[in-house]
Design a protein around this ligand. Sequence first.
Ligand code: C2E
Ligand code: CA
Ligand code: CA
Length: 712
Amino acid sequence: MTTVRQPSLPRGLWHPRRIGWRLTLGFGLLVLLMLLALAQASFQIRHITGMTQRFATGDMQRLLRVQALSLQTEGVGSALSRLMNAPRENRVLEYADVDERNRRIDGIIESLGKGALDPAQEEILQRLVACRAIYADAFIATVDQIEADNLKAATRELNQQVTPALKAMLVESNALLARERENIEAGLAQAQARFERVAQWVGALSVLAVALAAWLGYRTTQSVVLPLAQLESAARRIAAGDYASRVSTTRAEEVDRVGQALNTMTDAVAQRERQIVQLAYHDPLTDLPNRTALLNPPHPPDTAYNGLALMDLARLKVINETLGYGTGDTLIKELALRARTVVHEAAARGQIGPAPTTARLSGGTLAVAFTAANRAAVQALHDQMELALAAPAVCGGHSVDLSVAYGFADSAPEGAALPVVTLMRNAEVALHTAKRAAVGFAWYSEAQEAARLSHLSLVSDLRVAVATSQLQMWLQPKFSLQTGLAVGAEALVRWQHPSRGFVSPAEFVPFAEQTGYISMVTSWMLEQALRTLALWAPLHPELSIAVNMSTRDLLDPEFCQRVQRLITRHGVDPHSLRLEIVESGLMDDPQTSVAVLHALRELGIRLSIDDFGTGYSSLAYLQKLPVSELKIDRSFIDGIDGQPGTQRLVKTMIEMGHGMGLMVTAEGVETEAEKTTITRLGCDVMQGYLGSRPLHGAALQAWFDALPPVSA
Ligand code: C2E
Ligand code: CA
Ligand code: CA
């Protein structure tokens, strides 16, 4: 797994990794700044208010007082002039006026002395007080002269002493006034400046707060949005099935926690997906890929296949039922193991391409998909496989033979790649052909060739063949192993084609089955068999003739009536007619076929299971069928005398057959040794080249004539 991790970021106070901290810090700073601006503004405003108040209550009053001083000083001058010129009786009034004014002047000077003054004002005030003292002395002297009626001296005193003193006082008072004005103006300017500073401060703080808010907003957005975007893209990658890359560390702790959870979830999902893939594409028994893995691989191979081999473990069903499912499983595992080794070695040699796939399809069927240069390479694979399977498998202490049928498909002659589905379907057809023909293996293209031939002429020829007696019925006698006497014969079709010569039933029967023409063949064979039975009956009524039924006939509900009409027409004992059915034929539509079988049994016809042990139906199922004979396929009998494993198998098959009340026949007995063995195993009837080859015409007649007469 690739891990994309960023270097861890500093975790200081100014680099907090938690979004919550970042927001708290950011907005806390913002609020602090705003509070600072507010505090500063309110402090300065209070200060300015204080200044204004002082200005209103102190400075302004002093100014008014100084103005009043000037007025009083001017007023006392004119009052003194009036006093000088007033008649004696009016002087009292004028004195009162002057006294009043003097008192006011003194009051003002006194109050001015009490207030806070700057040094310049202090100096002026001192000078004013001094002038006031001069004026007071001069005023008393003047009054004395007036009271002494010495007006001349009084006037002189007034002009020389009082008036200059008053003028000096006025000068000082005006100076004080000017000074006071100056002070007030300075105070106002100071307040103005202060106010402007406050405005600047608050403005600056506001700008700072706005900038900070903008910066915080940007940073917060970045620190939340970017990690979230990272999470989002990670989630999308996971959704797309990319479990390898991890969610990297972001700059936000909360997002990281979600990222961690996402990583954990990804691991869990990947783990579960691996399990699902394992379950979906893997066969637990053989440890091989399964059918799905071959047809729809999760990771398609680089090179497409041009060939496919199907290997089908023969007799699996019967092995399962007689030797147990454990043995069956062991055999499948053994087959898988050997096949895997052979395929691996062949791939290493470059015989079947670099990357063949071996898969288990179902039951005992394996498939190998490959890229082979030619058919010789595949033929070699077949030979290597057969060599590997030569030694029997050991299951539970006893040895069991591994017998396999092969179906091959390729894209010959082009050699180009084909879809696996097509290859598989073709190989299945080939495997079917191989089994039907009881040959070890078959190529699909051969089946195609046969199909092509059949298509072109054979099928239509078959119709003609039936009509023009190109078909022949050959009879292969069957013998009782107890008495050695003939018990009957199996009817086998032969086709003497006018231009192609002899055509094997293995070649045309499977195809006739596919096209439905087989019903004609069955009818024709039944006709021949019944005719023969009618001929035999007077001398040998104990002999039966068995006719092979096809799957098609089993699915034909009319079949039974046709057979009955024929039997009636030939006046034959239905008991002497046998019908052989292949067990796999029952599987296509079990309900209909079983119904047909029961109807036939009702007529008195006896039924046999043909090629027993090669198909997939179960013995338990066969038990329900109205059959009376079990014909063990000749692949079991071939060389049975030298195969203890097969003997055990066949013995069990025979015992089970007897257990169900069936007569057991061995097919394809070719040697005395085989005959001795099957007799020892308890078999009832034998059929095969050892007893007799299929017979026709004169040979058949000779055989019949040589039969010992039936003892009464
Ligand atoms: P089958 O029903 O299993 O017939 C037995 C086949 O084994 C016959 O091949 C017979 O000639 C052959 N045989 C008998 N004894 C021996 C022996 O000792 N060794 C060997 N190697 N072979 C032996 P045949 O006649 O070529 O028939 C092949 C198959 O064609 C039959 O297998 C049967 O499935 C089918 N078939 C033949 N005649 C008919 C028919 O009339 N109708 C239908 N539907 N199928 C038929
Ligand atoms: Ca048969
Ligand atoms: Ca047979």
